[in-house]
Design a protein around this ligand. Structure first.
Ligand code: GLN
Length: 487
């Protein structure tokens, strides 16, 4: 048996039955990383010694009968999560040598649950991108086809899970950055409800849209990690004090009585690659087979979501990224002769092109004279999009659709066309604008053998329904356990 190919829940089972130790498990994953990482390029930092030390501690804790839910399991996180034991670069030269003085709350929760933290995964700079090609350090390769993109911005987090370089990972999703790479790499990814998971210690991109979530090998593992990371955090004033159910409890329930809406705007044939449309429609048929009622619905403001998102997200980013001034964090240009010159040169050299583009758009959209025309209008459109969803969720429990209009494309294919990249986010960004939970679950493959995910969206705090439907689909789609051949 290839031990690194099993799921997180299966690995927990082996540890519980004392069929393996965490040190053995961690060594196996480190060997796997040595073998495939030259092809995948998912890790920005790998902490081999630290991981083995944590594994020894986990083995001792388990012997002493104090094992948390993921005790001894090797995991990794996107490089946007602050960690005291390793640098946090956020994929940017700006933070190249930055090590945080505290852990993000989700990192603390993983540690308290006994996880072994292997390292930090590559990402688009400050989470801005859809291919991970905007990273200042490392562009990952899709495990299913090495000359293709992984998607982004959590490309490293999706690729590492798909390539069995960790049992699961955490990503962040501002407009699709968990779901889109999960879909393109054939793994499960969930963006929880805004406020479900703490954002404390996560480098901010667009604070009203950002949310943390798991990327996993299957749906059960997603539920296990949601149990670990969800819940109120006094350190994040936007985290909600809502009870957290045990998400594994209702996974295997049938879908009888569940209504799933199919938004016609998400299935426009001029939008979708035929392989994506065919595969997702087959997935919807499987949900029906599992007992769900499927009805057609409409989200009439879908066509405005890209425009609204690409004003609101850059506006918030321009404000959030003002803190990178060469004084308090990260990169400083040492040759500048005045304070103003130091700001300008540090930011000019520290940020990459896409980040600068966002700062310029966002600053413009917020400036006096343009605020009403751009930012205020975008906020009004956001309200209309949120209302579209409220109307649907009065009639439906879930919405099913594709995650992305196409499967993964060639590295470099759209790198010089930011507008084409922005448009490819059309199916994922509404969930962030509305604050609702959404996930991607693998449902098939394109004719070229690239994975295709199905997106499920639910009303606020209804992650349990998402997981239940995703689990039922996974049982029927027969794609779990299929692995890319890398070496
Ligand atoms: N692709 C979108 C962007 O570039 C969303 C990224 C994200 O979710 N972090 O802004």
């Amino acid at each position: 048996m290839n031990i690194t190919a099993i799921t997180l829940a299966e690995a927990v089972g082996l540890l519980q039955n004392q069929e393996i130790t965490s040190v053995e498990l961690t060594e196996a994953v480190l060997d796997r990383i040595t073998a495939v990482e030259p092809f995948i390029q998912a890790y920005l930092t790998l902490d081999r010694d630290g991981a083995l030390r944590q594994a020894e501690q986990a083995d001792r804790a388990r012997q002493n009968g104090v094992a948390g839910p993921v005790c001894g399991i090797p995991l990794a996180v996107k490089d946007t999560f602050c960690t005291t034991s390793m640098p946090t670069t956020c994929g940017s030269k700006m933070l190249e040598n930055f090590t945080a003085p505290y852990d993000a709350t989700v990192v603390t929760r993983l540690k308290q649950a006994g996880a072994v933290l292997l390292g930090k995964l590559t990402m688009d700079e400050f989470a801005m991108g859809s291919t991970n090609e905007n990273c200042a350090f490392k562009v990952p390769h899709n495990p299913w086809k090495l000359d293709c993109i992984t998607g982004g911005s959590s490309g490293g987090s999706a690729a590492a899970v798909a390539a069995d370089e960790c049992f699961a990972s955490l990503g962040s999703d501002t407009g699709g950055s968990i779901r889109q790479p999960a879909s393109l790499c054939g793994v499960v990814g969930m963006k929880p409800t805004y406020g479900r998971v703490s954002r404390y210690g996560v480098v901010a991109f667009a604070s009203s849209l950002d949310q943390v979530g798991p990327i996993t090998k299957d749906v059960r593992d997603c539920a296990v990690l949601m149990n670990v990371i969800s819940g109120h955090d006094p350190l994040d004033s936007t985290s909600m004090n809502e009870p957290v159910p045990d998400y594994t409890d209702t996974l295997a329930d049938g879908l009888q009585g569940l209504t799933i809406g199919i938004p016609r705007e998400y299935f426009r044939s001029e939008l979708l690659d035929p392989d994506v449309e065919r595969t997702v429609r087959q997935g919807v048929a499987l949900l029906k087979e599992a007992g769900a009622e499927v009805i057609e619905v409409s989200l009439p403001h879908t066509e405005y979501c890209v425009a609204a998102f690409y004003l609101i997200a850059p506006a918030e980013a321009s404000s959030n990224l003002a803190r990178f001034d060469g004084v308090r964090y990260g990169y400083r240009d040492r040759d500048a002769e005045s304070l103003l010159e130091m700001y300008t040169r540090s930011r000019s050299k520290g940020f990459g092109d896409e980040v600068k583009r966002r700062i310029l758009i966002g600053t413009h959209a917020l400036s006096a004279g343009y605020y009403d025309a751009y930012y205020r209008k975008a906020s009004q459109v956001r309200t209309l999009i949120r209302e579209d969803f409220s109307k649907i969720f009065a009639r439906c429990d879930l919405i099913a659709s594709p995650v992305t209009p196409t499967p993964a494309w060639k590295l470099g294919g759209k790198a010089n066309d930011p507008l084409a990249l922005y448009l490819s986010d059309i199916l994922t960004i509404s969930a962030n604008l509305a604050g609702i939970p959404a996930m991607s679950v693998p449902c098939g493959f394109s004719s070229k053998g690239l994975p295709i995910g199905l997106q499920l969206q639910a009303s606020h705090f209804n992650e349990a329904a998402l997981l239940k439907a995703a689990f039922n689909l996974e049982q029927r789609a027969g794609v779990t356990g299929k692995k890319p051949v890398i070496v």
